[in-house]
Each structure stands twice: as C-alpha cells, then as structure tokens.
Design a protein around this ligand. Structure first.
Ligand code: GLC
Ligand code: MG
Length: 423
C-alpha cells in the first residue's frame, strides 16, 4: 500500500479467473500483452490489485501455473482477506471488522440442513467464508432461505453466487466491493486517493465491484457469466462508466484503459519490431521491456535475422560495460551481444516466452537510471526467474538517446543450477 509516495495514477482492481487469466488460452497471449503494458508504462506510478475468490493456497498455485504479475495488494477469498505487498502482509484490522455478527459454527450448522449444498474443498473454507457448490436451478431459492435462517440465528450475512456453480456465505460487511471501499477509504485517509480506479470482472462475486462509487468498470462480456450480465442489466445498464468489453479477459482490460482514456493502451507486444523512433521522454521501464521482447522474438525467430538489428543493439549496449550472468560469469556487453547473435532461432517453434515483473526505477543522476526487475523465462515446463539490475545512461549523444552500461543477474527461486551461460 505504501510503495508509492503519492497518489496512484491508475489503480486496477481485477478478478483473476477468466478476467486477468484466460484458462482457455494455453499461450497466455493476452495476459503477456497486459504484463508488458503494465511494466512499461504503469508499474512506477500505479497500483495493481488482484481481487479473487481463491484462497491463499489456490491463489499461490495459480501464480505458479500462469504468468501473472506480482500485485501491490491481494484481496483473497471473496474480499475476506486483504494482503499487502510482495510478502503479503495480512490486514488484521479488516478481519477483526468482519467478525461482527459472524459465527462460522452457526453457518456450518445451518447450511448442513440443506442437502442441495455440496461443501467445497477444505482449502476454500476460510475464517470468514464458507463455500459450497449448488446447481443453478436451486441457487436463488436456497440463497433466500439460507439468509432467513441465518438472520434468525442473529447473523448478518452476504451470499454470493458465481460461475453458475459456486455459493459463498460471507459476513455482510465482506465481499469484493466492500473490500475495495475499505481500501479506497484507507488511501483517502493517507492522502493518496488513486486518480482513477478501474475494476474488472466476469462473474457474480465481481458484481459489487461495479457498484463502488466513482470507479470505471469493465465486464469481460465476451466470456462473462450469466449472473453478472443479469446484475448489470438490472443495476448498471445506464452507467456510462461501466463498459462491456468485446475482447476476452486481459485484452478486455486493455480495451477499457483505451476506452476511458486512462493512459497508454498499446502494449509493447503489439508493436512488431523495436520501434526506431525515440519516445519524447526517456522511459527506462519501456526500454527494458522492449529489449527482452526483442530477445524473445530473436530466439523464436520472429524478427528477421539481420546484421542491422545487432548493430543497433551494439550501439545501445556500451561495449566495455559488464554483463554478470547469474552463474557469476562475467563478460563485456559486446561479447554478450555476440552471443545473442549466435542464439538466433534457438527457441523457434517452442513455447519460449519472456516477461518482466516488478520493474522499479531509480534516477541516480541527471542521466543515470538504475532499473531493477524480475526477468522470467518460460521454456518447456521450466520457468526461471532472474533478479536483474540494469544501469542505463540517458546521455543524448548516442543515437537512441540511452545506453545499457551494466547488467547484473541473479537466479531466484532455486533456479540457479544452470552452470553454463546460454547465449
Ligand atoms: C473461487 C473460490 C471458491 C469460490 C468462488 C466464487 O473459485 O476458490 O471458493 O466459491 O471463487 O467466489
Ligand atoms: Mg472470474
């Protein structure tokens, strides 16, 4: 929450399954496009919030399966758990607040009287969330009866229905919308309300995100669930700040950024070659994203093999600068580029992908920038993460207006077994 010194330019609050993540796209193309856009243009002054029905256990599983970025805030278990930062520090105050008129044992006791309800796996049962599966035809009748039952026992609950299958019983004050309102109040209190907030979702538990005042919203309509569309028709049909995307999942989020004019909406992945023209202001985040995109395309043989592009890289990499490979091996940047030249097409026809996460920028002099990020590489079934630090100089006398002076990589997540350099 406190990573930024001032108000976020944009705060994206997005659901994961079938909103940020398209489970029907094994290549994750839309997600990778979003990632490149976010790290190049937004990470340094904006906030990414994931708001999911998943418990911490299966959220962490998803992070291993899909190339999702590290969010600034994670709202889990349908707005009942809020966690901050990379280390996921729990908001205990929020959970204490949810204790009001809530008693898990009573919920378990009363729900046991409904044979139509099938309990979800143990991981999805959380302190302030009791979850079931129930058929669509039964859902609304059961939700009504259950609410009455629990009210009689002195509880104040909220019941959500998502994906035409999942029924969650939560404290009344919980839910994705309430959790977002709580976060917005907190930002207000610290004098850092986001300039714009965009909420994104596709199913029933997302509906209340769209009722939070003063937010823009996008419903992943081409793949949205019936219950959300119905909610929209009844409650928000005339609100111009809520749109229905024609694109699927993460592509719909990018579409909404463009639609509402919230900032850059062309992902570097949608630009076919390293653009020759210099941007007006030097953006170190964009430079690193662009380089690793070129690196991916070069190895996949998706850019033309030409001496010209290597020459261009040579002019961008300060020849006597140093590249420290995660194995500890050092070489000059010109040797690194020679090695890259030789690796053209060595991942052709494979699932090889590269993406950056957690790009952070520090200007350390008038023309010097320290850029730090995680560089992820997917190849076959293996994912590798390298903590990377790059020293960039933005001296104008070089043709592109900037230069890579020094690169240092370290393997993370125990992926440091490779002894040899790969390019
Ligand atoms: C996620 C959770 C599940 C919940 C559903 C809808 O799938 O794992 O427990 O019921 O979201 O909120
Ligand atoms: Mg979803």
């Amino acid at each position: 929450m406190y990573r930024l010194n001032s108000s976020a330019q944009l705060m994206i609050v997005s659901d994961l399954d079938y909103t940020m993540v398209d489970h029907d796209d094994p290549e994750n193309l839309a997600l990778l496009k979003f990632n490149a856009l976010w790290e190049a243009y937004y990470r340094h002054d904006s906030l990414l919030v994931f708001s999911t029905g998943r418990s911490p256990t299966i959220y962490k599983q998803l992070r291993k399966e899909k190339p999702i970025l590290t969010p600034d805030i994670t709202v889990l278990s349908v707005g009942t758990e809020i966690m901050y930062g990379e280390s996921m520090v729990q908001d205990h105050e929020w959970e204490q607040y949810l204790d009001k008129k809530w008693n898990r044992n009573i919920v378990t006791e009363e729900t046991a009287k409904f044979p139509e309800l099938t309990l979800q796996p143990e991981t999805e049962q959380r302190p302030h969330k009791v979850s079931f599966y129930v058929e669509k035809v039964q859902a609304s009748k059961i939700m009504k009866a259950l609410t009455e039952c629990l009210e009689k026992r002195g509880l104040d609950v909220k019941i959500t229905y998502s994906g035409s299958i999942a029924l969650d019983v939560l404290p009344k004050g919980a839910g994705k919308g309430q959790a977002l309102s709580y976060l917005l109040k907190k930002f207000q209190y610290y004098g850092k309300p986001p300039a714009n907030t965009l909420v994104c979702g596709d199913s029933g538990n997302d509906a209340e995100l769209f009722s939070v005042p003063d937010v823009y919203g996008v419903m992943q309509v081409s793949n949205a669930q019936e219950e959300l569309l119905q909610w929209h028709a009844e409650n928000a049909g005339s609100n111009p700040n809520i749109i229905r995307a024609s694109e699927r999942c993460a592509a719909g989020i990018v579409q909404a950024i463009g639609n509402f004019g919230l900032g850059p909406n062309i992902s570097p992945r949608d630009i076919s070659d390293l653009p020759a023209s210099k941007e007006q202001t030097f953006n170190p985040g964009l430079e690193v994203v662009k380089f690793y995109l070129f690196y991916e395309r070069w190895k996949r043989a998706e850019v033309q093999k030409s001496e010209l592009s290597l020459q261009k890289l040579r002019s961008v990499f300060y020849p006597p600068g140093i590249f420290i490979h995660p194995s500890g091996f050092e070489q000059h940047l010109n040797q690194y580029i020679d090695g890259l030249g030789a690796s053209y097409g060595n991942k052709q026809g494979t699932n090889f992908r590269v993406w950056l996460d957690r790009v952070s920028l520090a200007q350390i002099g008038v023309d010097a920038w320290l850029v730090k990020f995680d560089k992820w590489e997917l190849s076959g079934d293996t994912r590798e993460r390298c903590l990377t630090t790059v020293l960039l100089s933005s001296k104008v006398e070089v043709p592109d207006g900037f230069r890579w002076m020094h690169v240092h990589q370290t393997w993370l997540d125990g992926s440091g077994k490779r002894e040899q350099i790969s390019e």
